[in-house]
Write a protein that binds this ligand. Structure first.
Ligand SMILES: C[S@@+](CC[C@H](N)C(=O)[O-])C[C@H]1O[C@@H](n2cnc3c(N)ncnc32)[C@H](O)[C@@H]1O
Length: 203
């Protein structure tokens, strides 16, 4: 990993150690979307193995059905600590792992999910490449992200948003170029402007 990325990762850890205290009460109600519905898009079958990237405080965990196994990973111990307290029916394992360097063998998962996390990752393309390897062929990666608008005000807000740990806009078509992900769905999602639900299939 190059030096800049290591620095960004350390910075994110610091920021999310702070956010972990307020995330559920302050951040979640303001950037809300239907988490149950996002998980429905995964079309989970009995026995499916799911990888959730940037699981954060675990707000998605209560919505996984009971007959699947979920590994939730995050770079922030403070966020993971909060995730441990969330109720759940599925078999959940939480681990401190960087989505850009996955220590799992090929084809370890059937599906993957990242909500408000891909844009925060310092190198989102690396996450997609790693997921290409660990998700089985035909498996899907469901992404929910909020994109900043293209107005001058949004453009000026971008650096501030980045500094508070909100990440950076990406272009999904550019991001999947050179990977084996195919874009199968990219539509507005939820009530907040600029939130999109993107589904990729591993071909
Ligand atoms: C805005 S929070 C979203 C948390 C949760 N997914 C949600 O929907 O509430 C972003 C999370 O992504 C994590 N994150 C950022 N980059 C990551 C990476 N490369 N690998 C794993 N987790 C990462 C951060 O530590 C943080 O917990």
């Amino acid at each position: 990993m190059d030096k800049n990325q290591t620095i960004i990762k350390q910075y994110l850890r610091l920021i999310y150690t702070f956010w972990a205290k307020f995330y559920d009460n302050y951040v979640e109600p303001r950037w809300k979307f239907d988490r149950r519905k996002a998980i429905e898009f995964l079309q989970i079958n009995t026995g499916d193995r799911i990888l959730e990237i940037g699981v954060g405080t675990g707000l998605n965990l209560p919505f996984y059905p009971q007959d699947c196994t979920v590994i939730g990973i995050d770079i922030s111990s403070a966020m993971l600590q909060k995730a441990k307290q969330k109720p759940h029916q599925a078999e959940i394992t939480l681990q401190k792992i960087d989505g850009q360097h996955l220590p799992f063998p090929h084809n370890s998962f059937d599906k993957a999910l990242a909500t408000y996390a891909l844009r925060v990752s310092p190198h989102p393309k690396k996450v997609l490449q790693e997921l290409n390897r660990v998700v089985t062929k035909g498996g899907i990666f469901c992404i929910v992200d909020r994109f900043k608008g293209k107005s001058i005000i949004s453009w000026l807000q971008n650096p501030f948003f980045f500094l508070i740990g909100g990440g950076w806009n990406y272009n999904i078509n550019k991001l999947i170029t050179g990977t084996s992900w195919t874009l199968v769905h990219d539509k507005p999602f939820g009530t907040k402007r600029n939130t999109r639900l993107i589904i990729l299939r591993n071909d």
